[in-house]
Design a protein around this ligand. Sequence first.
Ligand code: FAD
Length: 474
Amino acid sequence: MVVGDIATGTDVLVIGAGPGGYVAAIRAGQLDLDVTIVEKDAYGGTCLNYGCIPSKALISATDVAHNAANAEDMGIHADPVVDMQGMVAWKDGVVNQLTGGVEKLMKANGVNLMQGTAEFAGENTVRVAHGGEGQGSESIEFDSCIIATGSRPFQIPGFEFDGEHVLSSRDALALDEIPEKLVVVGAGYIGMELSTVFAKLGTEVTIVEMLDDALPGYEPDVARVVKKKAEELGIEFHFGEAAKEWRKEADGMTVVTENKDGETSEFKADKTLVAVGRQPVSDTLNLEAAGLEPDEKGFLQTDDQCRTDVGHIYAIGDVAGEPMLAHKASKEGHVAAEVIAGEPSALDYQAIPAAVFTDPEVGTVGMTQDEAKDAGFEPAVGKFPFMASGRALSTGHSDGFVRVVADEESGFILGGQIVGAEASELIAELALAIEMGATLEDLTATIHTHPTLAEAVMEAAANARGEAIHTLNR
Ligand code: FAD
């Protein structure tokens, strides 16, 4: 304890109130544990304030305008005017409603809320510095601690975020004027989602990506559908090029890129969004004081009950490793709280779905065909194109497909990849199928409402069995 500290105690101390931390705190409260959560910024963390929710709100809003402006085929002629400040105000309203809700839920579950920045002062103590001059600090003694400090965006040398020329995703989501020209560094899911937003608002978007395809980590035929539509929206891709430097111009900036042969190219822009991945926030926690050591990338290694090497300290969410997704953080929050309460809870990473909210969307879960082979399965694969779906055609969004991967012998569903409208929703059926040990026969035998996009999941499963009705069988 330092002089002037006030010391308090709690059963469970949660550091960080993102979708990992606030879920852990609420679950611990439900389990009658005395729980305190410390947050240095805003309740809801990256996800609610600067990530998932504001990005999806802007994606939805720009879709309204884009779809209205592109509905001539449906006999609709419209020329929507986007009031960017109005759109941003609406997006902020959505965020505030949700963050306010999270605060109320935590309080209603008996969680003690504390604003401040926490760092370890020992194996059972953190010191919380309260913001603002003269606000002081306090020490909190805990029996168990859950670290849920999340992640921050990577910066690339020479492209430090300044909020004006070089933007992080957080800066880009707060823009209240539409840039005329935007360079986006990185064609991962955040770069692709935000490029789509700005392209639909009329910005000339140029994406610079060091690798040779968009959406690295996703299968080429999935990425191809998204890239084709992005190009139709006017997005220009430059693969195999790394952002090297930039200079200020009277009317914006020039970004210089370099390929592997050392050849340079220049792109003019008003602003540059750097979206090249995220790194765990573990370096500000004075981990040594608690006897903790992160791995070389800064992640805290945990077991299947979210325990670190120090048995009573748990780590969840982005700080505990890939995949850096909100629902993975929340699941780990549940598990950590339940384990602390003495319940036999544990993680099962077999089926963590992931979604990319591009146009069209991507949803994946479990194994790809290649991963199934590598794992020793003989994969049975079925595919159904949305072009053959009555519902997809009747919404005017028929790009993409559903693919289901199963074990040939047993029929067990191993994974699925969906690219198309509502893929983020549709993937839930395949996640449930994997979780419940469902087979191709189960999916095929389940009566799906007609006409819906979900029928495509049933048809893909039937296709894997050679029984699809609305597409030719394999
Ligand atoms: P965070 O949400 O990052 O929360 C950590 C909290 O800890 C923060 O509030 C921080 O202020 C606080 N904190 C840190 N250090 C301290 C300290 N020392 N003391 C006190 N408080 C501290 N994921 C999805 O699943 N779906 C999506 O569609 C999606 N879209 C995204 C879009 C964007 C633009 C971005 C940036 C991310 C997106 N993500 C998405 C990722 C998602 O936001 C993260 O995976 C998720 O927020 C991780 O949750 P977390 O609880 O681990 O950490």
